[in-house]
Design a protein around this ligand. Sequence first.
Ligand code: CDP
Ligand code: MG
Length: 140
Amino acid sequence: MAIERTFSMIKPDATRRNLTGKIVDRLESAGLRVVAQKRIRITRAQAEAFYGVHRERPFFGELVETMTAGPVVVQVLEGENAILKNREVMGATDPSKAEPGTIRKDFAVSIGENSAHGSDGPDTAKQEIAFFFSESEITG
Ligand code: CDP
Ligand code: MG
């Protein structure tokens, strides 16, 4: 199995409720290594660009509002099969459909405020890492 990197973000609903450590624990316990991390406020323009693929969806406006409502923690995770593993640890987008023991099942407020983001494939992982981090900020 190849070592992969993926992009992860702890969303404002989770930082607001002081859940950063609990979420990082879930990721690390699954064998993922945090090789870069910073807590930042993202701008409206950054949120709109980051979620640009969803621009025409009815939830886009609310998504941009919630993503800019407070700080986020952006991360690069590394490990075997990291992209899929991170998606498994996060659980389904809709917390009511997420498996027990997943981040979204245990911590999400709603489908919109669902506590965590994770890249959905190798191409988006690469793009999303580069959106927030320079190579010199990532240390394996
Ligand atoms: O985050 P994930 O890849 O699981 O889901 P997505 O389909 O790429 O949607 C991105 C984000 O938009 C979700 O994580 C939710 O925060 C939000 N969303 C929403 O508010 N309502 C929906 N029906 C679908 C997604
Ligand atoms: Mg997605």
